[in-house]
Design a protein around this ligand. Structure first.
Ligand code: SAM
Ligand code: SF4
Length: 395
């Protein structure tokens, strides 16, 4: 009985002992109930004919089936936009006068925790928190802390975020403590004046300070740079060198037709990653890496420096044969593809039903996941445009 809280000499009879056992067992179950939110990785507890699955969360849906789409792609990666708000107004992402959603439309932190937990029970292994700017959402560290319990239990392989870096100096230490190992920081230029121009409201020194804080806290950083014609073409080499000097990976992204931008603006911004690669090949030998993330990214190693550079080419590559991800907006809409309109409302079942209905809604949505998107700038037009903003869906 050692360690059980029961001792053989404290009671005189078998009945006493049984009563004590029932008391302790009841207490253990009550503790499990309270801890249920944070301890869903525990095994089944069998009590006679009733099975209490601590893993199943609120409404006892034991071991829901893994998420697989009609093309036999296993869905293991969820990106969640936790807010549509941002402290920057990047010109390719938002209008300066962007209208934000009423607060009541947004999922609460508790709702975000519950819905992420349901996805994790359905087999999601990687969770990326994004936005808008995720670190401007009040109380966001609470959500990170709750979700990090799945890292401890092994139900999640990775919990990460994409950020503009403005608030990193404040949160880096805490993020590291709760188990965030790698993050993406978006940075399109190292020129202070150009940075202000592209972000409208951002300040480069603040972001650089945030990046330093994250590195000091032991967080690995990948810089996301949107390739913008006529804006950062001449910064490709300085950015590669700066990332190498600071031991950071770099990913270059083609600008996508998201949001209500006119065609002339979008096509004017578009700098094909094919051209970016050719520019890099003037100075470096690009060795293809087998590493894939399930998205449209391809990774290379620069033979001369050994650093890793990725290219995200949604425009030049739109058959997503290995797509493993879905996206949840800050209002609880699930998008099965960044570049298609197909979606499912999860907020209604989240607010009005049990986990079983929520899981069924997710599974039905997955059955409609398309093969790929239709982004295309050829023929001097913008095809496949999405009216919704990246900040709403989560980039
Ligand atoms: N605010 C955070 C940030 O900027 O990292 C997270 C959200 S932001 C929408 C996520 C990523 O989407 C950023 O790397 C940003 O550069 C990228 N992005 C935004 N609009 C885009 C567009 N139209 N085309 C390509 N990338 C875009
Ligand atoms: Fe904000 Fe990120 Fe959009 Fe820039 S790209 S406006 S930082 S959400």
């Amino acid at each position: 009985m050692e360690g059980s809280g029961l001792s053989a000499d404290s009671g005189n009879s078998f009945t006493d002992l049984r009563l004590r056992f029932q008391l302790e067992y009841g207490r253990a179950l009550a503790v499990c109930g309270v801890m249920g939110l944070y301890a869903r990785d525990q095994p089944l507890w069998e009590t006679g004919r009733a099975v209490v699955n601590v893993e199943s969360g609120r409404n006892g849906v034991a071991n829901p089936p893994r998420l697989v789409d009609p093309f036999a792609r296993a869905i293991t990666y969820l990106r969640v936009s936790v807010t549509d708000r941002c402290d920057f107004r990047c010109t390719y992402c938002m209008a300066e006068t962007m209208q934000f959603l009423p607060k009541k439309e947004l999922l609460t932190l508790e709702e975000l925790d519950r819905i992420c937990s349901v996805f994790i029970r359905c087999g999601i292994r990687k969770l990326r928190i994004t936005g808008g700017e995720p670190l401007v959402r009040r109380g966001i560290m609470e959500l990170f802390a709750r979700l990090s319990s799945y890292l401890d239990s092994g139900m999640l392989d990775e919990l990460t975020l994409t950020t503009n870096g403005s608030q990193l100096a404040r949160f880096a230490e805490e993020l590291s403590t709760i188990g965030i190992r790698r993050i993406n920081v978006s940075l399109d230029t190292l020129d202070e004046e150009k940075f202000r121009r592209i972000t409208r409201w951002g300040r480069l020194p603040q972001v650089l300070k945030g990046i330093d804080a994250a590195r000091e806290a032991g967080i690995r950083i990948k810089i996301n740079m949107v390739a913008l014609k006529g804006f950062n073409e001449n910064e490709l080499h300085p950015m590669v060198q700066w990332c190498h000097a600071n031991n950071m990976d770099l990913t270059i992204i083609e600008v996508m037709p998201m949001g209500d931008f006119d065609d002339v603006t979008r096509i004017g911004q578009y700098w094909s990653v094919r051209d970016v690669r050719a520019r890099l090949e003037e100075c470096y030998t690009l060795q293809s890496l087998s590493e894939r993330t399930g998205g449209p990214a391809r990774y290379f190693q620069l033979a001369e420096t050994g650093q890793k550079v990725g290219f995200i080419t949604p425009l030049s590559h739109n058959f997503c044969e290995s797509c493993n991800r879905v996206r949840l907006t800050c209002t609880g809409t699930l998008y099965m593809c960044l570049g298609q309109e197909g979606s499912a409302d999860l907020r209604t079942p989240l607010r009005g039903s049990d986990d079983r209905t929520l899981i069924e809604t997710i599974q039905a949505a997955l059955a409609r996941k398309p093969r790929g998107h239709d982004f295309d700038y050829t023929r001097q037009g913008v095809a496949g445009r999405m009216q919704r903003h990246m900040s709403h869906t989560g980039g």
